[in-house]
Design a protein around this ligand. Structure first.
Ligand code: ATP
Ligand code: MG
Length: 574
């Protein structure tokens, strides 16, 4: 490709809207442009990368025996009503009506549509297992689209769905997908970890996420230094402490803590560490007959964070997790949020495992501006239930008992689920078992965030000059920069010849024939992350050389002009 025939859309200035490196560089390198919040056009440079990633995904999916299909983005609401998700999915699901007032939605995921296909097309158990996949745009009306294509509203996903008669077959396909995902992300040059994951609104009971390690990641993963244990922090179990409570001291007493709203403020006022203060939150429980919610107190050690995913898994807690309002709290306890505590609380009390081991602690008095000190469980709070409710922290013991946990930030680039029969049961997607009885198919589903994974690659592979593409997904493998070809016939001829030779050898090459200042051309090729850059100038040519630079390391060398093709070919990854 000649730059004169290509659309180079590089930007000199840093776009203001970009908060992370990948977003900044995708805009600056001319890969993407936003047309509405979270909705992007892929320009030619970006599209070349996207096509490569799509090819890798497709090749690896096909290797597993999965069959490619194309499902529509527009989906009838009726299917979603059958599965029960039309009401449940919330505002991320973009719902609309056609001119005849039929209800539709834009697919955020395709379990319903694919289950409908399977129930109509699969006539016999002998046709199973079956795995169908597509690479297709999804729409999710994300509450906070951000970081460019990392969290877009319209984005490209590879989604696959498998159908089985038995769990063993599901387990095999799950493993095949897991292995295929590992190959996809390895081929893309990502450093990633598969981690145990929550199943969220998709459902199911067993799941792994593939997390690309990067500081810009929105997820936190916990991994053990003594075993293979790795999990999304949403799932990572915090073990109960091994120590016992200390003996109770004197009876509790009330202390004025005017103006203290947070645990830290209360700890300071009381002259203790925040670890000695109980954090008490009030959340919504089940809805009562009067339409109001029951109020449930959650107690954590003062310096611990509530884990919402763990909380909503407890029976009787509203999903999604909702904090009680100031008004509800005032009405129920008579106090402000900063002065809450379990002593005398009239509702259900859920206590985290570590908070359960606290003794002689401080907590709010359920009286605005007052705390209690020397409070003890059982003696002062007779009724409470103990659960794992907090986020694990750096240094916690690994839940498998082996090693210590550490935390890293991750970008979720894929997720695999064992779904079970959630959709097949609701939508009557059945096959006959050996006794002739109709039984629901057992399902798995598997997603890769194709566009997000590209942003993740950039987060891991860039420097202050731009993107550093792994060769496997670079928009071009080689860039040829000709210095002032209009002024030097030999430069022009050499560049043209090398360009043609590389094309003939099947190498994806971009030939910068713009006749711009060398610095401008070089900056663009580096920004666009082209792995191998050769510069052809008259001075070096007079010595029989052209200049070669490896983008990844910045190493430069002079290579023989007469032998340039072979030398460059030898530098390309096989
Ligand atoms: P997240 O927790 O980040 O919102 P998710 O768990 O809801 O994602 P899945 O339903 O598992 O997403 O979708 C499969 C894959 O699609 C994800 O692993 C992710 O890589 C990608 N993905 C999900 N939401 C987005 C988005 N808003 N923008 C870009 N990619 C996304
Ligand atoms: Mg997910």
């Amino acid at each position: 490709m000649r730059t004169s025939q290509f659309l180079i859309s590089t930007l000199k200035e840093d776009p203001k809207e970009a908060a992370v490196e990948s977003h900044r560089l995708m805009l600056r390198a001319g890969m993407i442009r936003q047309i509405a919040s979270g909705v992007y056009t892929w320009l030619p440079t970006g599209m070349r990368v996207l096509s490569k990633v799509i090819n890798i995904v497709r090749e690896e999916m096909n290797k597993t025996g999965a069959l490619e299909i194309a499902m529509p983005m527009v989906q009838p609401a009726d299917l979603w009503k059958e599965s029960g998700r039309y009401e449940k999915y919330g505002p991320e699901l973009c719902r609309f009506k056609d001119r005849k007032q039929n209800e539709f939605c834009l697919g955020p995921t395709h379990e319903e549509v694919v289950t409908d296909i399977a129930r109509r097309e699969v006539k016999s158990a002998r046709q199973l297992p079956l795995c169908l996949y597509q690479i297709q745009n999804k729409f999710r009306d994300e509450i906070r689209p951000r970081f460019g294509v990392m969290r877009g509203r319209e984005f490209l996903m590879k989604d696959a769905y498998s159908f089985h008669t038995d769990k063993e077959s599901l387990a095999k396909t799950y493993q095949d997908m897991y292995d295929a995902y590992s190959r996809v992300f390895t081929r893309m040059g990502l450093e990633f970890r598969p981690v145990e994951a929550d199943t969220g609104s998709i459902g199911g009971n067993h799941s792994h996420e593939f997390q690309a390690l990067a500081e810009a990641g929105e997820d936190t993963i916990a991994w053990s230094d003594g075993s293979n244990y790795a999990a999304n922090i949403e799932m990572a179990e915090a073990l109960a402490p091994e120590y016992d409570r200390e003996p109770c001291a004197d009876a509790y007493s009330e202390v004025a803590t005017p103006g203290c709203h947070t645990v830290d403020e209360a700890a300071k006022a009381l002259g203790v560490e925040s670890e000695k203060v109980l954090k008490s939150l009030i959340v919504h429980g089940n809805k009562k007959e009067d339409g109001k919610h029951e109020l449930v107190m959650i107690c954590l050690r003062g310096n611990h964070e509530l884990n919402e995913v763990k909380a909503i898994k407890i029976d009787g807690i509203n999903d999604p997790l909702e904090m009680a309002t100031e008004e509800e709290i005032a009405e129920f306890t008579g106090a402000h949020t900063g002065s809450l505590g379990p002593v005398g609380f009239k509702g259900r009390i859920l206590v985290d495992r570590t908070a359960d081991k606290m003794s002689n602690f401080a907590c709010g008095a359920n009286k605005t501006g007052f705390h209690l000190i020397n409070v003890n469980w059982d003696r002062d709070v007779p009724n409470y239930e103990v659960f794992d409710l907090r986020n694990v922290e750096e240094g916690d013991k690994s839940p498998d008992g082996k090693g210590t946990l550490h935390l890293r930030k991750g970008i979720e680039v894929g997720q695999v689920f064992m779904l079970g029969t959630k959709y097949s049961e609701a939508m009557k997607c059945t096959v006959k078992d050996e006794n002739g009885k109709d039984v629901p198919m057992i399902m798995g589903c598997y997603g890769i965030g194709v566009t997000r994974a590209i942003a993740a690659v950039i987060e891991q592979h860039h420097d202050d000059r731009g993107i550093i593409w792994p060769e496997s997904i670079a928009p071009f493998k080689v860039a040829i920069i000709a210095i002032k070809p209009s002024k030097s016939q030999i430069v022009k001829d050499t560049a043209e010849q090398l360009y043609k030779q590389l094309l003939q050898a099947g190498v994806e090459v971009i030939y910068d024939d713009r006749d711009e200042r060398p610095g401008v051309m070089f900056a663009d090729m580096e920004l666009m992350g082209i792995p191998h850059i050769v510069t052809i100038g008259e001075k070096s040519l007079n010595d029989g050389n052209i200049e070669y630079k490896l983008r990844k390391t910045g190493e430069k060398e002079n290579i023989q002009a007469s032998n340039a093709l072979d030398i460059i070919l030898s530098k390309l990854e096989k």
